[in-house]
Write a protein that binds this ligand. Structure first.
Ligand code: PGA
Length: 247
């Protein structure tokens, strides 16, 4: 099973559901549809209406983040995994570099993953090195630390997806070479197998994925799907990605 996850970031109002409707119509007609799953992560403000609307349809809805506590607390503006689950969402991203930049620590991420899973959300755990780490050849070490500080064998691996997103690639149009990406994906899966009794969760790639770059990425069989930012805000661009992947 491949995943195409659209991360809307700070984008969307109620009527943006039109974009999802178009993606859903494409999906229903696509002869390849059994091979993949579409997940969209709109902002918190749209989680409830979109989750309800797509409940019996094929698009799954997730949040872009969640708070590191379980249920209710006195933390102003915080939204817990419990609250996200209760409005009907199925997934949550955890550890996106935008949120790491704002101060998410490994311990906070560990709590987020733990409470999200406890509340039956599926977790898309994001990792990735920055430009300086890459230039110092630290990528593999950085990824290993990011994974092992947060994931452990007690967690339900069936509800975890890992998304590799090099920070230098997000929104920049710069992408790793196929050789680099293949090596990194294999490295990530090896670490995950070490944690989860020799079975790796799905590993996705994210960073400047669009209808064009997907033609390179599809050559790398180890990649189980994509986390798509900019190109997920247009139904045409998002559909182009899926279309070119299976072409
Ligand atoms: P991008 O963003 O596709 O716009 O590079 C990816 C992401 O941040 O998830």
């Amino acid at each position: 099973m491949k995943y195409f996850i659209g991360n809307w970031k700070m984008f969307g109002i109620p009527k943006s559901i039109n974009i999802l409707n178009k993606i859903n119509s494409y999906y229903l007609k696509d002869k390849n549809r059994k091979k993949y799953r579409v997940i969209i992560t709109p902002p918190y403000t749209l989680l409830e209406t979109y989750s309800k609307f797509f409940k019996k349809k094929r698009i799954s809805i997730g949040s872009q983040n969640c708070y590191q506590k379980d249920k209710f607390s006195s933390d102003t503006s915080a939204i817990s995994p419990y609250m996200i689950k209760k409005v009907g969402a199925e997934y949550t991203l955890v550890g996106h570099s935008d949120n790491r930049k704002e101060g998410d620590t490994d311990l906070m991420l560990k709590n987020k993953v733990t409470y999200a899973l406890k509340n039956n959300l599926k977790v898309v755990f994001c990792i990735g090195e920055n430009k300086i780490q890459k230039s110092k050849n630290k990528t593999l070490d950085v990824l290993k630390k990011q994974i092992t500080k947060v994931l452990n064998k007690k967690l339900n691996k069936n509800n975890i997806i890992v998304a590799y997103e090099p920070i230098w690639s997000i929104g920049t149009g710069k992408i790793p070479t196929n050789k680099e990406l293949e090596k990194i994906t294999i490295h990530i899966k090896k670490i995950l197998k070490g944690i989860f009794q020799n079975k790796s969760p799905a590993v996705l790639y994210g960073g400047s994925v669009d209808g064009n770059s997907i033609k390179n990425f599809k050559e790398i069989k180890e990649i189980d799907g994509f986390l798509i930012g900019g190109a997920s805000k247009s139904s045409k661009k998002f559909i182009d990605i899926i279309n070119n992947y299976y072409r």
